[in-house]
Design a protein around this ligand. Structure first.
Ligand code: RTP
Ligand code: MG
Length: 139
C-alpha cells in the first residue's frame, strides 16, 4: 500500500507540561515516520490563519489565544493511511469522549487544551504541512 502524509502539532498545554517526548514516542511506536519536526510559537494572527476554517465558531477567539499561548511542536508524518490512522491514535476532540490509550485520553486537559492536532483530510494535511515547513525541510 502507498504511504501518505498527515500533519500534526503538539499543542501548548502538552508542550508546556513536558509531554512532547512521550507523545512523539507514541507516534513513532504506532508506525508513523517523522518527515519534519520543529519547536516554534504561533502569534495570535498566525493561529487565526491556521484555524480560519473555524472563524465563525463561538470558540474561535479563545482557540487563537490558546494556540498562541506557548510553544508548539509541529510535525509532518508519513504512514499507510496516515490521516485516518492518526485521528484514531489521537482520539476524540473532547478528551472525555476519547478512547482509552489515545493521546488525548492520556494527555489532554479539556476540549480546547486537547494536547494535539491531526489533519482531517489528505488535502488539508498538505496545506497545513506547508504552513510550517518548506519543501526543503521535509525528508
Ligand atoms: P484539531 O483540528 O485541532 O485536530 O481538532 P479536531 O479536528 O478534533 O476538532 P475541530 O472541530 O477541528 O476543532 C479545532 C480545535 O478547536 C478547539 N475546540 N474548542 N471550546 C470548544 O467547544 C472547542 N471545540 C473545539 C479544540 O482545540 C479543537 O481541537
Ligand atoms: Mg480539526
Amino acid at each position: 500500500m502507498p504511504t501518505n502524509r498527515t500533519f500534526t502539532m503538539i499543542k501548548p498545554d502538552a508542550a508546556q507540561d513536558g509531554n512532547s517526548g512521550s507523545i512523539i514516542k507514541m507516534i513513532e511506536e504506532a508506525g508513523f515516520r517523522i518527515v519534519a519536526l520543529k519547536r516554534t510559537q504561533l502569534t495570535v494572527e498566525r493561529a487565526g490563519e491556521f484555524y480560519a476554517v473555524h472563524s465563525e465558531r463561538p470558540f474561535y477567539n479563545d482557540l487563537c489565544q490558546y494556540m498562541s499561548s506557548g510553544p508548539i511542536v509541529p510535525m509532518i508524518l508519513e504512514k499507510e493511511n496516515a490521516v485516518a490512522d492518526f485521528r484514531i491514535l489521537i482520539g476524540a476532540t473532547n478528551p472525555a469522549n476519547a478512547d482509552e490509550g489515545t493521546i488525548r485520553k492520556l494527555f489532554a486537559k479539556s476540549i480546547e487544551a486537547n494536547a494535539i492536532h491531526g489533519s482531517d483530510s489528505d488535502e488539508n494535511a498538505e496545506i497545513e504541512g506547508g504552513f510550517f515547513f518548506a519543501h526543503t525541510e521535509q525528508f
